[in-house]
Design a protein around this ligand. Structure first.
Ligand SMILES: Nc1ncnc2c1ncn2[C@@H]1O[C@H](COP(=O)(O)OP(=O)(O)OP(=O)(O)O)[C@@H](O)[C@H]1O
Ligand SMILES: [Mg+2]
Length: 378
């Protein structure tokens, strides 16, 4: 839930008028010669939910720890609410952190765990009680106040960690893989919980995961990280449907990728995609060669509606992947491989079979082009 700048001490407005909560300029981290985080620019707006997503070792925790103040940068500057925070110790940043292991105090009850940060700030008993009751109710644990962490399930412990973090209304909440240890069902329900609480409280969140589905589900914006840098940042649908590299395309699951060569200039620019025997009428934004990408669910099998392009293929394999049926196809002309996906239904099981001749259709508006060097991936 983004919030427009209300004009109080919330930091400068961003270009679109929203308050900037968190700003990193050229922030980097070196360990000896090793660059764990390359100079990074990042602006997070008031109320925004930003996810740092990337493979193990890509620098997610490093970046988060620099924002939290549990680690200090080798260069660059950080500001929170428009105030310099680069040198500020963690406890003066008004930032709440939730780690994967929750770090609840085992010898304190749920209520005492949640009250802890308020007591540290010297708040009055009645205030502590009121805020604890409110937050316990918000996370659905009203009757659990007297239990100890060891008497709770993993998901309930996670909710207590969340409650303990939000009870003192930090300016920013940082979460490092908070759902990593949970099973799928619990993860799903905790994702709902986090989304609901984020909406209800309007808190700014920076969240880490290496699970792309979780990132797509929760985030207003995803920062995809690789080798210590943010390689693409945008709305979930941008990263999914408009990746700017093979890495980004492949990180989010199945992608059909084919080389293209551009020809012409300006409005008459076209892209030849030889593997598909196709010419795109839409000009790739940049570069004379690179990759074309289309997601498997953007392709239609034996379409009944008009499509920009139609090709005949042979079905080489049919796989059930969760709720989806995945068709592996071979193009008649040239033999390129195509993966097509559609929601499973009874007709996908009975209507198509391996070896069958089918038609594949796509529209150019569903296609992304990016001008990445091809040699690097050869
Ligand atoms: N104290 C340290 N000294 C030296 N290298 C470090 C230190 N902390 C982290 N690194 C290195 O920095 C890189 C980034 O680590 P980081 O913990 O930020 O990765 P991550 O993206 O959080 O990975 P994961 O998903 O596994 O948690 C890694 O190569 C790691 O080995
Ligand atoms: Mg990490």
């Amino acid at each position: 839930m983004l919030q427009k700048n209300k004009g109080c001490h919330m930091g400068e407005p961003s270009a679109d008028g929203f308050a900037v909560k968190l700003k990193l300029e050229g922030v980097e981290k070196k360990y000896g010669d090793f660059q764990a985080l390359r100079p990074t620019h990042l602006e997070v707006k008031e109320g925004e939910f930003v996810t740092l997503l990337g493979p193990s070792g890509s620098g997610k925790t490093t970046l988060l720890s620099l924002i939290a103040g549990t680690n200090y940068p080798s260069g660059g500057s950080i500001s929170i609410d428009g105030r310099p925070a680069t040198e500020l110790p963690a406890h003066k940043r008004d930032v709440g952190v939730i780690f994967q292991n929750y770090a609840l105090f085992p010898h304190l009850t749920v209520a005492e765990n949640i009250a802890f940060p308020l007591r540290m700030r010297g708040e009055r008993q009645e205030e502590v009680q009121r805020k604890c009751d409110n937050v316990l109710s918000a996370v659905g644990l009203t009757s659990f106040g007297n239990r100890f962490p060891s008497e709770l399930s993993g998901g309930q412990q996670q909710r207590v960690a969340f409650a303990r973090c939000v009870v003192y209304e930090p300016s920013v909440i940082l979460m490092d893989e908070p759902l990593g240890a949970l099973d799928k069902r619990l993860r799903d329900s905790m994702q709902d919980e986090i989304r609901r609480l984020h909406k209800a409280l309007g808190t700014t969140v920076v969240y880490i995961t290496h699970d792309q589905t979780e990132a797509l589900t929760l985030s207003d914006r995803i920062c995809l990280m690789k080798d210590g840098e943010i390689v693409q940042s945008g709305a979930p649908s941008d990263l999914y449907f408009r990746p700017n590299s093979r890495f980004a395309a492949e990180f989010f699951g199945e992608a059909n990728l084919y080389p293209y060569e551009a020809e012409g200039s300006g409005a008459s620019n076209v892209a030849h995609v030889k593997d598909l025997g196709a010419v795109s009428p839409q000009a790739p934004e940049q570069g004379t060669s690179g990759w074309m990408m289309i997601r498997p669910q953007c392709l239609q099998l034996d379409p009944e509606t008009p499509h920009d392009e139609l090709r005949t293929c042979r079905v080489s394999d049919i796989r059930q992947v969760g709720f989806y049926t995945q068709f592996h196809l071979t193009l008649d002309q040239g033999g390129a491989s195509i993966i097509l996906q559609r929601l499973s239904d009874v007709s996908s099981l009975s209507r198509w079979h391996i070896g069958q001749s089918v038609t594949v259709g796509w529209n150019w508006r569903d296609v992304a082009f990016f001008s990445e060097e091809r040699e690097r991936h050869a």
